[in-house]
Every structure is written in structure tokens, then in C-alpha cells.
Design a protein around this ligand. Sequence first.
Ligand SMILES: [Zn+2]
Ligand SMILES: [Zn+2]
Length: 563
Amino acid sequence: MTIKQEKQWSRYYTNRCHDGIKVHYRCNQVQFRGKQCDAAIYLHYPNDSDQVVLFRAVNEHDHTNSNQRKVFPEEAKKNIEELFDLKLKPKKIYEVLQEKNFKITFNQLKNYLVQLRKKKFGPSTLSLGQLESLCAEKSTVPQSDDEPFILSYYVNYADDIDDNQDVVDDDNKFRFFISMKRLLKIASASTRLHADATYKLNWQGFPVLIVGTSDFDRKLHPFGLAVCSDEQQQDFEFIFKSISDGVEKILQSTFMPEVLIADGSGAIRNAFTKIFNNSKMVMCWAHMRRNVNKKLNNIESYDARQEMLDDIDKLQLCESETIFKNASSLFMKKWSKREHDFSEYFEKEWLKTLDSWYEGYNNFTPSTNNSLEATNRVIKDEHTFRERHTLSRFFTIANDIVNRWSKSRNQNQTDPIIYSIEPTIALQKWTNAYHFAKSSKSVLQISSKRKGFTDYYIPAGEAQNITTNEIQKYKRKKWTSFDQFKDLQFRIWKITLSDNASEWKNGLCNCPSFFKEYICKHIIGMAIRLKFCKPPPSAKDIPLGEKRKRGRPRNATKALLLQ
Ligand SMILES: [Zn+2]
Ligand SMILES: [Zn+2]
């Protein structure tokens, strides 16, 4: 339509008259709320025909010189340019400008940034029309598991939604998601969803977003790659829904993540809750720790800083909500007077707003998004996406990436990446577990609160024995100070195993290594002692320099289980 092509008309108002409907357009080179340009057009839809007639006012545009419309002062522009060169994000630039008392709106800033980008990088080569037709062309679901396609896309032209609104250049919206059948199959089998807005990739200034799952070996499996014109809640809703719909339509299966692992981004969290009706969300611990560390730098005393960080690390190892809650209040008791400002910040941000960064929040779930960030970093460090790549070049590269993800997971090729459904136990771990099983550490066995399960208590570290009394104290989980919590909570490990031998790999422990790797030498060691499993023979190799003890082999298992 001519009106669209001319790119300078915005719908103004509509009136009905005796001979039909007239839709008036105004010249959008002047502000909506200011004096209107003399040039104007309207469309006439006569009552008595199917015709549409374009009427053009004979007046010339009268704003050639007023083109520098009532924008912000040159000084603000200079500031923006400097901040832009520092690679600050629009929100941050806006904050700085506010601090410096420049009276501009966020939209004005965004518009100016569009101009600035054009100036710096040349005109954007991206055309929405081209994007839309390319997406349409590539959205047929292929037969092959390893052929990339557009799982879904959304394109919105600014003038379509321009209803008496002043035009903002980047009201143009688009979203598209590239995936493959093999990746969707992984999605349908997965329970964890990783999404992150911290470590972003960019193309033409737009965020390139990767979401995926992780398996029982904590390997990331990306579901695909999305590009959105923004990174608001709607954009993440689009991404999540694309996967969910895709799995349903293409595989006749479901994608129902049990838990989200994300940074603090409200956009991601809200989208997850909305699409999956689920609010189980792990706050990425690495992200949280980076923020805490930054804040801790305001504390002068090095010793205090270190002690607080160590305390927070211990809080992170809490195995359950109850323990976390109790320990947190002891933490506040310990620090709120000594380090008032930090404690206040910590309580507000990490105990009240986002408190799902401790290990026991959800078992068998990574506490960080590091695997996803690493995937992003590889792409970023290789400078795979260049700022000014054309659309078709971008598509080629993005397809290559997604294709590589998919092909490396093809089980028919050599050394494929496997989606592990249980933790892989490396030889070193078997060896450690075997040594633990053969050690003289005493184990106290108590039937678990869970029916059909047994709890085993073992002394941590160098200690060889624990008394029933110590176990009682440990089980009570009552502490009077944070330091007492630290002292008692990490002195004993508790393992819970099913009495059904074959299920030993689903066992739980509360040691750091279990939380990180979903399996630990304690679980494997106990399974060896109970004869639930056998270590591979090579794990029994005694390292050189350590002589096998003489005499009758210890009557290992049973004797070490105190009842
Ligand atoms: Zn005009
Ligand atoms: Zn353990």
C-alpha cells in the first residue's frame, strides 16, 4: 500500500460522513501532540462502491527546517553518544541521563539510539517484509531430524498497531525461533528449562536468545535459537510457547518443565509462570554471587568480607527450605548490626525477593546457568554473529549452529553427545567411593521418614566415628547462632537410599558434591557396602605406594553399620 511505502503517514482520525468513511492520516515527521504538518492525506471509502480513493492535500510539507523537532539539547546527545560508545545498554544510559537531570523520555532516547546506530554502522539492512517472507518460506517442518526450520515466528509492523499514537521507529516487532526435530525430542524428554538474559548475543542490535535443558551429567542441550526485537516478557512467552506448541504438534508429545533455572530477570520468570503455570524457579547462584560480591566491596574490612562470603556459601548449601529459613535468620542476627547496609540489601534482594538460590530448593537441578552461559560465550567469543550481518547471512550462520547442535546428538555418529538420564560415574569417582566403602568410617543407620527408605549418617571429613548423641543433636536442627549452624550442619552427612537395591542411583546425600553432581562417593560407597552395586574392577586398583594391609580382610560391610 502506498501509504505504508511512503513511511511518513500515521493514522490520525476517522470520520463518517454522508457519502462514506474518511480515514485521515497525518504526516508523522512532526509530533502528534504539536502543530500538524500542512501536508496530509485521507482515504475515502465511498458508501456506494468497493473502491478506496486516496486524497492528497496539495500543501507541501512545511517542516523542512523544523525537522530537528523539539528534541533534547545537543548536550544530551553528546552524553548519549559517549555512553553508547561505552556499550551501555539503553536502560543504563537512561538512568545516567536521569541522574544528570536531562529531561527526556525513554522513547526519545530509544529513537535517538536508532539514529545513532544508523550513523555509526550505516543503515540497518533488516527489512521486516524480507524477514517475514523468509520465515514463512522456512517454516515447513522437514522430514529429517537434522534440518533446521523456523519453529514459529511473529512479525508486527509499526503502522499496523499505530492507532493515534506517535510513531516510534522500533515499534516494529518480530520474533522467530529456529529449531530441529532432534532438539525438540530432547525437549519432550526434559524436565529442566534454562533461560538467561545476562550473557547475550546480538545481531543487528537485537538479542539472540538460546534456551535449553540440562541432563543428569549437567550438560546443556539447546532447544534452538531465537531472535526477538526485544527481551520483554512477551518475547520469552513466545519462545516458551514455541517449544511447547512445537513438541505437541510435531511430536504429539508434551513439554512440561518442572523447574526453570534463570537469572533474576522478571521477564523470563513471569513468562515461565504464565506459559507453564509453574512457579518453581531456581535463581542462578553464580549470578547471585557476582552481585553479592560487588556489593561486598563496599565493606572496608577484608576479614569481614571474607567471613560474610563464607557464611553465604554455607547458606547456599542448605538442604531444605526449613534449614535455609532458620539459617538465614541466624545470618541476619549475626550481621545486621555489624554490617547494617549490606545485611539490609541482602535480606531485601536475596532472602525476600529472590530466595531460590540454595541447593535444597530442588534436587537434581543445577544451581547455576553456567552451562548455558558457556554455550553463549563460545558463540560470542568466536564472533559468530556480526553486528551488521545481512538477514540471509544471519540465517545461514544460525542454521549452521543449530545444525551442529543437532548432528552432534545423532546417536549413529561416533562419539555423540548423549542426553543422560542418570549421572555418569567416572572411574575416579568409583575409586573414591570404593575407598570410602572400605574405610573404617562408622555409619549409623536409621529408618527414614520416607517409607521404604533408610537414612545413613556418616562423619564428614577426617572423623571416623559419630555417637548416637551427636546424631540426635544433628537431627534436631536447632541452633542458637549462625556459627553453631556452620559447626554442626557440615560435620555429618546424611544419605537416604531406597531399600530397593536397584534404585541406589536415585539416592540423596546432603554433601556439596552430591548437590553439584547429583551423585557422590557417599551414595556410591554406601551402595557398595550394601552390595547394591559392584565397582568396576579397575576402581579397586590400589594406588602405588599404598600397600594392601596384611591379614584377614576386614569383615567390611555389616560390621560397620551400627544399628
Ligand atoms: Zn510533513
Ligand atoms: Zn555425599
